[in-house]
Design a protein around this ligand. Structure first.
Ligand code: ZN
Ligand code: ZN
Length: 357
């Protein structure tokens, strides 16, 4: 919280207002439910932090341990106006830095009440969150192992004759069974659906002789996220696809090898892109190579052209090149890595080759 306050001057803000979401959890450990009722952490220089909580959420906040933190709890009752209550605790006309996840209705209420346009607190928090502590890395390693266990059981569910939706329901149950508190997403993209990077599931029946891209992730009890993609093949393989997939594996490895301390984020993207371009697949690699991960599935650093940020120890991100040929097929290979002084280290360890079922 103090480091967030220290970063406020650079934003030109007098206070930070943090509402339920990954930022509140990062700063306080409190995984508050996002409701229409306002829960809000107020951070400002030279003042004690204040957590404004609706009366009916008070027991949940206490259970999350907020009373052990260096902050004042302010409880509001149903008849109170919580926006006015927060504004009373701020300097008149203050420019506030609001949580990037704050609902627009609340942002506008604060803007109107303060008669000043808020700024986003995101840039200040991203600078802190992008470097994971040893404990955070342990949590990401545990999340990686949990989602590895789900991929390791894929042959139990992924069979021809079953629909993507049926397979997806089994996977979702296993995500919870294998060490997650929440299912974040389940992509089971079979046959031509594999050419849609963010296909979810459908009633399409999985056939013999086609790829199935399975990209799955959840949130563990500690709040840290998993995200892992493997591409499976059902039945006898196709030599063209096998060749394309081999290039994808080489592309992912090239990106992994390029991820060294001090290398730019975009250089990791370039490494993957060059391999796929050499294979004639460059135009079908339609997304960035990766994204940071922590208490959110997508956060800084983004592994994308134009991001010249150097990689630093403690960063955690995905390396997930893919190719997507419309109407035909696609594939993606995704691992989460953490940056150490010895280079990138994977938290996912499932076999990376094309798994034939
Ligand atoms: Zn993914
Ligand atoms: Zn991902």
């Amino acid at each position: 919280m103090q480091r967030t306050i220290d970063a406020l001057a650079d934003l030109g803000a007098a206070a930070a207002l943090i509402t339920p979401g990954p930022s509140l959890r990062y700063l306080t450990g409190y995984d508050a439910v996002a409701l229409e009722r306002l829960t809000c952490l107020i951070l400002q220089p030279e003042r004690e932090a204040v957590l404004v909580v609706p009366a009916l959420e008070y027991p949940a906040a206490v259970a999350a341990g907020v009373e052990q933190l260096d902050l004042t709890l302010v409880i509001w009752q149903e008849q109170d106006d919580p926006v006015a209550l927060v504004i009373d605790l701020l300097p008149a006309g203050a420019v506030v830095a609001v949580d990037d996840h704050m609902p627009a209705a609340k942002v506008l209420a604060f803007a109107e009440g303060l008669r000043a346009m808020p700024v986003l607190v995101g840039p200040a928090l991203a600078g802190l969150q992008v470097i994971k502590s040893v404990n955070e890395i342990q949590e990401l390693v545990a999340a990686g192992a949990a989602i590895d266990r789900v991929h390791g059981r894929m042959q139990e569910w992924l069979r021809p004759g079953r629909t993507e939706a049926q397979i997806g329901r089994d996977i979702a149950e296993a995500i919870l069974g294998e060490g997650h508190a929440r299912v974040d997403f389940v992509i089971v993209a079979s046959g031509p659906n594999s050419a849609s990077p963010h296909h979810a599931v459908s009633d399409r029946v999985v056939q013999v002789g086609e790829p199935v891209v399975v990209d799955i992730g959840g949130t563990t009890a500690s709040g840290y996220c998993s995200d892992e993609t493997r591409t499976y093949w059902v039945g006898a393989t196709d030599s063209t696809f096998v060749a394309h997939y081999a290039a994808l594996e080489r592309a992912q490895q090239a990106a992994f090898d390029a991820a060294r301390i001090g290398a730019t984020a975009e250089s990791v993207d370039t490494a993957a892109r060059e391999v796929l371009a050499d294979e004639g697949l460059g135009e079908w690699f339609v997304h960035r190579t990766g994204h940071g991960i922590g208490l959110s599935t997508h956060e800084e650093p983004y592994i994308v052209q134009g991001n010249t940020e150097p990689l630093r120890e403690g960063m955690a991100f995905s390396i997930e090149p893919g190719f997507y040929i419309p109407g035909q097929w696609g594939a993606r290979l995704e691992d989460i890595v953490v940056m150490t002084d010895a280079g990138a280290q994977r938290v996912n360890h499932c076999p990376r080759g094309l798994t034939v079922l």
